[in-house]
Design a binder for this molecule. Structure first.
Ligand code: HEC
Ligand code: HEC
Ligand code: HEC
Ligand code: HEC
Ligand code: HEC
Ligand code: HEC
Length: 299
């Protein structure tokens, strides 16, 4: 890993007695906020590739990018449009082949921003300037709070429902408020029950009795996507919006101590088998929160 005046680089070195081969590529795009980790992408002309080394936050170390072979540096893994759909607001693909990594570089809009969830905003912006607060201006932007529960869940499921779905339409064609089933074939059952590579919060939550027995429950019952994540303990308040701590089976033995950590027992942190990095012979797993709210054995 190298820093120079022109940016940050990953350099791979292969040496034998007679030869030394090196390859250097610049870190052009960072994927991930870094809460769990970061992966890096580089441009080669208008083709986008993933770099072989990632950063793992919990272990505070550089690791082989998940899924890469240990002991070798592969610079040939393409960053496909689906990867970009979940991790950026927009990029225009230059081919309709879903395996492609050819893009219009200038079209890239980094981050997951307002328009990902609220749809195109130009008309709303123009109207808010000419007629601030008018009903017309308000109706010129999508507000997920007014979607049905199914459509609210679909919006989050675009990115939080695992990755193993067959696509019916190309990346970036989904518009919030539309049924996701028009864009993807339904996830195979096995995906819904596994903790997927990138978390499958939608599939897991939908299996919970909380969700099934509460017609208004959505991801927004606990998360405000507009604000930074809060402490784990503060989520207990969300549980207590619907439950009394006294109705927990443990209440009689533990008393009020459980009030601040409902989540530890009922949404345990679990190691995923899916994000795995093999680095210097060691197998490293990431932990994610199980969104199937339930009674777990041994708790
Ligand atoms: C376009 C894809 C996309 C959509 C749509 C999306 N998310 Fe996310 N979300 C992500 C990605 C990617 C991350 C990981 C953030 C990162 O590290 O870059 C994330 C992270 C999160 C986190 C964790 C934040 C943290 O700091 O750890 C929560 C909570 C979350 N999303 C909730 C939601 C909810 C609720 C919805 C639906 C209203 C939603 N997301 C819709 C892609 C998306
Ligand atoms: C179906 C949507 C989807 C696809 C496709 C996808 N990701 Fe993700 N990714 C997510 C979500 C959502 C998270 C947040 C973690 C979670 O949900 O557990 C995430 C998390 C990450 C993180 C950890 C970031 C952090 O600190 O939280 C990295 C790094 C990452 N993805 C890289 C990639 C790369 C590189 C690709 C493409 C080769 C890719 N992902 C494809 C949805 C996706
Ligand atoms: C990951 C998806 C996501 C992103 C990104 C996002 N929002 Fe939202 N937004 C939502 C959801 C979901 C709701 C409805 C929340 C609820 O049910 O309370 C919402 C509600 C709102 C509301 C409230 C509407 C009302 O009825 O009170 C405003 C205003 C808003 N968003 C503005 C923004 C702005 C500005 C940005 C960019 C800085 C942004 N949002 C980014 C998902 C998102
Ligand atoms: C929107 C309301 C709502 C929220 C928020 C909510 N629950 Fe529930 N929960 C319910 C309902 C309704 C049931 C089903 C009760 C029944 O069938 O008797 C339930 C059932 C449960 C069960 C029994 C599960 C089983 O499989 O038997 C547990 C445990 C539970 N909730 C814990 C929690 C925890 C912990 C939280 C916070 C992380 C939480 N709930 C948040 C409404 C909610
Ligand atoms: C009953 C409350 C509750 C609901 C509903 C809920 N979450 Fe979470 N979520 C949590 C808690 C608690 C955490 C862990 C926060 C932490 O560790 O700081 C979390 C963490 C996350 C993370 C970060 C990844 C991780 O494993 O830490 C993502 C992404 C996320 N939620 C997405 C979603 C999505 C998408 C939905 C809707 C399908 C959803 N959540 C519904 C309580 C909830
Ligand atoms: C130390 C772990 C632990 C903590 C903390 C905890 N629970 Fe529980 N909870 C359990 C166990 C174990 C059971 C099953 C007990 C039984 O069947 O006798 C249970 C059962 C439940 C049930 C199902 C009761 C039923 O009738 O099926 C609900 C609802 C519940 N807990 C809610 C909560 C809430 C809300 C909190 C936070 C205030 C919480 N729990 C904190 C371990 C815990």
């Amino acid at each position: 890993m190298e820093a120079s005046e022109n940016g940050f680089y990953e350099t791979a070195v292969a040496e034998s007695e007679t030869q030394k081969l090196t390859r250097s590529e610049r870190i052009d795009i960072v994927v991930g906020s870094g809460v769990r980790g970061q992966t890096y992408l580089f441009w080669r002309g208008n083709q986008l590739y993933e770099l072989p080394v990632s950063y793992w936050t919990a272990g505070r170390q550089w690791i082989n990018s998940p899924g890469y072979r240990d002991g070798t540096a592969n610079f040939g893994r393409r960053a496909d449009p689906r990867c970009m759909e979940c991790h950026t607001t927009y990029i225009r693909a230059l081919s309709s082949d879903p395996q492609t990594n050819l893009y219009d570089k200038a079209s890239l809009v980094l981050g997951i921003s307002c328009e990902t969830c609220h749809g195109p905003g130009a008309k709303h912006l123009a109207l808010e300037k000419s007629a601030p607060g008018s009903p017309l201006a308000r109706s010129a932007i999508l507000n997920p709070a007014r979607f049905t529960r199914e459509r609210q869940m679909d919006l989050c499921a675009l990115c939080h429902n695992g990755t193993q779905r067959e696509e019916l339409l190309p990346a970036f064609s989904y518009t919030p408020g539309k049924p996701l089933d028009d864009f993807f074939a339904p996830a195979p059952d096995v995906v819904a029950t596994q903790l997927d590579v990138h978390g499958n919060q939608v599939g897991m939550l939908e299996q919970s009795r909380c969700y099934r027995a509460s017609p208004a429950m959505t991801c927004s019952s606990c998360h405000d996507v507009h604000a930074p994540e809060r402490t784990v303990a503060s989520y207990s308040e969300r549980c207590l919006g619907c439950h009394r701590w006294q109705s927990c089976g443990m209440a009689r033995t533990t008393g009020g101590r459980i009030v601040r950590n409902c989540v530890d027992c009922h949404m345990p942190l679990q190691e995923t088998q899916a994000i795995v990095s093999i680095t210097a012979g060691k197998v490293l797993h990431t932990s994610i929160r199980n969104h199937r709210i339930a009674v777990y054995a041994g708790q």
